[in-house]
Design a binder for this molecule. Sequence first.
Ligand code: IPE
Ligand code: IPE
Ligand code: MG
Length: 241
Amino acid sequence: MNSSANQGERLLPKHLAIIMDGNGRWAKKRFMPRSMGHKAGAAKFKAIARYCSKIGIPYLTVYAFSTENWKRPTEEVGALMGLFKQYLKDALEDLLNDDIKIRFLGDTSVFSSDLQELIAETIQIGEKRTGMVLNLAMNYGSRAEITRAAKSLAEQVQHGILQPQDITEKLLSEHMYTYGQPDPDLIIRPSGECRLSNFLLWQSAYAEYIFIDVLWPDFTTKHLEDCLHEFTMRNRRFGGV
Ligand code: IPE
Ligand code: IPE
Ligand code: MG
């Protein structure tokens, strides 16, 4: 079984996921505040998302803010929230021209009311779109996601809607934020860190990983193309021979 999208001659991942890491170090190298790194990272994200849509990647997920990122200084969190709002405002206008369908992974109920309104509007407009699905993982953590799924299933059992023996891998998958989407085929993490940091643990059981030693604001479409090429060279066996 190969779950990749075949675009003509080209084998592309059907679902690409990116851990957009290294903004802070990028800024530090330039003696700038970390918030400037996030600004550069946001601009890079916009460009890369457009490119993915253009080359025909059906699903793109980006890790924008983890459940652990609240530990950061208030000022930095505030700067990130400001960038999210700006991105969504711009995207709402762009979406009229763009065909990208934005969705959100994570608990968005804790965000400020104005950000939540933007999120709701973005989802609504996205419903009519048919192009690339762009998942923004915001206040996302895999452990929180799996815990939420377990709770929901436990409640259904408690109310007699479900029997424990009915709980299958498929049913658990259907309780993840990525419900209805293919699992990621390829996960790229720039910045040189070689860890997942609580990202898509359930969904990445058979994902290919590429850890690349480039800070996210320096990541280019050329780096992406190199990663996509490397992906085509991987021999995916899914436990078979
Ligand atoms: C990723 O860049 C952005 C977020 C986590 C929100 P970092 O801010 O983690 O950058 P580094 O890892 O400190 O360089
Ligand atoms: C992961 O990066 C989260 C995002 C990129 C949004 P972190 O920078 O938060 O991860 P750690 O702390 O290095 O593991
Ligand atoms: Mg980091």
